[in-house]
Design a protein around this ligand. Structure first.
Ligand SMILES: [Zn+2]
Ligand SMILES: [Zn+2]
Ligand SMILES: [Zn+2]
Ligand SMILES: [Zn+2]
Length: 335
């Protein structure tokens, strides 16, 4: 009798998203308040469990200590790149050809660039020990992966380390390169696309471009550019693409894990970084999530006011989940 009571109690206090169990309902309510579960979280295609990131979903499915039943199904019908489950082994094999990208970019198609542009820089070293990053090369591409703008940039301080093995940059490439001010203006024009910067608002930014990249804070800072945070999609800071520890993954790792090919194997080309970041962005944007769901603008807010505590403790785990909203702006909402 007692054990039966206990098991139904525990079941009632099981989070409907991540399946964590609590002895007391008030602890589940606390859990929901700080976890910001939502329909936009990566989910296991077998058991439906929500995960904070694709990395934790990967651990759930592939290991080192996976959920046994899910891992068994995944090994037969799962795609190790997008982590989706398919109807049959044949369906996965068919799907993989489209899911795995190759290093080669598609042939330029011209014209359409879409609403997003990707930006990447390569930095050389300045100041005595060469530890200060100076932007020496910048590239911008459109959604079609065609180059919109690419140039060497004349660094604003003396270069003490060209970092040739990584950047492939020689002194003569920078001697008559474009001054930083000119590159700045050109990039700002591309991003704003005719809209005044001060006029841009989260849901009304007209023709201005969404800016995609990896670690964009640093790139923009080195370029001396400002762009509103709500226009930026950074693959280093997007929660579903971050580590379980909430640290950023490298672009090299993300490209290997979620696009299925290698980048940055020798001399690094900013164009290649742009393509990888854009492909990751488009992949995240194409996630099938409900569009009418209120995921907010990325501001931290929870829907569990303290005055409703008693009412919340009487709700079912499903009802609690239905109230929950994510604390980040899901990129699927750009689509
Ligand atoms: Zn949970
Ligand atoms: Zn979404
Ligand atoms: Zn599962
Ligand atoms: Zn796939």
């Amino acid at each position: 009798m007692d054990s039966r009571r206990e098991s139904s109690e525990t079941l009632r206090n099981k989070c409907a998203a991540c399946y964590r169990q609590y002895n007391r309902m008030e602890h589940l309510v606390e859990h929901m308040k700080v976890n910001y579960h939502s329909v936009h979280e990566p989910r296991c295609g077998v058991c439906g469990k929500h995960c904070r990131s694709f990395e934790s979903l990967r651990e759930h499915l592939i290991g080192p200590l996976p959920k046994v039943e899910c891992a068994r199904v995944f090994s037969v019908r799962g795609c190790s790149i997008c982590l989706n489950i398919f109807d049959s082994n044949a369906a996965v094999r068919h799907h993989r050809a489209a899911c795995q990208y190759t290093r080669a970019a598609p042939m330029p198609r011209g014209g359409i660039t879409g609403r997003a542009v990707a930006l990447a820089c390569k930095m050389v070293g300045g100041v005595n020990d060469g530890s200060v990053d100076l932007c020496a090369r910048v590239c911008l591409i459109g959604e079609d992966e065609n180059i919109i703008f690419q140039t060497y940039v004349k660094p604003t301080a003396p270069v003490t380390n060209y970092r040739y093995e990584v950047t492939g940059i020689r002194p003569e490439y920078l001697r008559d390169a474009m001054p930083l001010k000119v590159a700045q203006r050109r990039i700002q024009e591309i991003l704003c696309n005719g809209e005044p910067l001060w006029k841009l608002r989260p849901r009304s930014y007209g023709r201005a471009k969404i800016l995609v990249g990896h670690g964009l804070d640093h790139d923009l800072e080195r370029l001396g550019l400002e762009y509103p945070a709500f226009m930026i999609r950074d693959t280093a800071k997007y929660p579903p693409l971050m580590k379980t520890s909430k640290m950023s993954n490298s672009l090299k790792y993300l490209t290997q894990a979620y696009l299925g090919y290698e980048i940055q194997t020798g001399i690094e080309d900013p164009y290649e970084d742009c393509v990888a970041a854009m492909r990751l962005y488009i992949r995240m944007r194409s996630q099938a999530h409900p569009r009418d769901y209120n995921s907010g603008s990325g501001e931290v807010q929870n829907n569990y006011p303290a005055w409703r505590q008693r009412e919340l403790e009487r709700m079912s785990p499903e009802e609690l989940l239905a109230l929950s909203a994510s604390d980040y702006y899901c990129w699927c909402l750009d689509y």
